[in-house]
Design a protein around this ligand. Structure first.
Ligand code: KG4
Ligand code: ZN
Length: 338
């Protein structure tokens, strides 16, 4: 079964063709990140305008790269939530129109389900359930227990900022640009992770699987700008690198500790890292070191599947129980537990 996926929830205009949920035939991404780098973050109106400009060529390109025609496509999948509303609407309207014209079923996909299924793309080994997934990106930070395909239970989430958002904000304060995650990781390579002892917010027993990064972000801000000031200081490179390394160390300690604790408690067979922050090498390394024998660590096969893409949307649609329905309309609300 070949599914065309469409993803426009944030600043990536993406389309992909995926066969049977795993074989990526094409994966086209037009990112407007360069425009947002100028403003230090995504401006929703700018992102939406770029989606309008890019969506038709991106879909055409995805079919061309996969060497398929509309006759070869069995269904269209589109991210329907969550995300920037104007951006989502462009993907949804495009998918609805294409489904109508080409008489294809339309499958609405939750963005986090997409990130979860990014780990199934190009996967050779069959998954072993239960799986515990840390979904961590600019907008999301959850621990999800997956007992089977599309059987999700959210067992923890952030009470304030997502880790990716904290990376982005601290990078901005450090003058490292946008997106912040890769920029901090790069600066951290030359810094000392022990230079500053940033807090590791683990929270109380009732919140042991929840996250909170706003305190850590404030601690970094106070270290960078100073108490009650608003001016960006002219930091020496060494200091920038040390703050980046220490901040990254604190975030990855919290993420990996909570993930491992939950994996042990729920006795899972696999632990997955998903979403933009799953590209972080230190997070992968720490999780791998802390993981007990008998639990497999899985992260996206390709760095391009960590951040937003449409192959993950097409992949999720293949496993989605709704795929057998004839969905010409995208429901306004999620019918899924995510
Ligand atoms: O999944 P994604 O593309 O978009 C959302 O759904 O939010 O994730 C983007 C986030 C950004 O916050 C970015 O800074 C972060 O993922 N990110 C990273 C790395 N690469 C991207 N964070 C830490 N380390 C990285 N290497
Ligand atoms: Zn995402």
């Amino acid at each position: 079964m070949r599914i065309l996926g469409i993803e426009t929830s944030c600043d990536e205009t993406a389309a992909a063709v995926v066969e049977d949920g795993v074989k990526v035939m094409s994966n086209v991404i037009a990112s407007s990140v360069d425009l947002h780098a100028k403003t230090g973050g995504v401006v929703p109106e700018v992102a939406a305008r770029e989606h309008i400009r890019q969506i038709t060529p991106v879909v055409d390109h995805a079919l061309m790269e996969a060497k398929v025609s509309w006759d070869d496509i069995d269904a269209i999948a589109v991210t329907h939530a969550p995300g920037l509303v104007a951006s989502l609407l462009i993907g949804i309207n495009t998918a609805q129109t294409l489904a109508y014209i080409h008489k294809k079923p339309l499958i609405p996909i939750h963005h986090i389900a997409g990130h979860i299924y990014a780990n199934f793309l190009e996967r050779e080994k069959a998954p072993e359930f239960p799986i515990l997934i840390l979904t961590v990106s600019g907008g999301h930070n959850e621990l999800v227990l997956m007992k089977g395909h599309y059987d999700f239970e959210v067992i923890g989430e952030t009470l304030d900022d997502a880790a990716g958002e904290a990376f982005d904000k601290v990078a901005r304060l450090l003058g490292l640009g946008f997106p912040g995650g890769p920029a901090i990781a790069k600066a951290a390579e030359r810094g000392n992770p022990k230079a500053i002892n940033f807090p590791r917010p683990m929270l109380d027993k009732d919140n042991r699987f929840n996250f909170s990064f706003s305190g850590l972000k404030t601690a970094a801000r106070t270290r960078i700008i100073g108490e009650g000031q608003d001016n960006y200081p002219d930091l020496q490179d060494d200091m920038v690198n040390d703050i980046a390394a220490s901040f990254q160390a604190a975030v990855t300690d919290v993420l990996s500790d909570k993930l491992i604790n939950a994996a042990e408690e729920f006795d899972v067979k696999e632990v997955h890292l998903a979403g933009g922050v799953s590209a972080n090498q230190l997070l992968r390394q720490k999780t791998s070191e802390k993981l007990g024998d008998g639990i497999r660590l899985v992260y996206p096969k390709n760095l391009i599947y960590c951040t937003d893409n449409a192959a993950m949307v097409a992949g999720a649609a293949y496993f989605c129980p709704q795929k057998d329905g004839d969905f010409r309309k995208v429901e306004a609300h999620s019918q899924l537990p995510l």
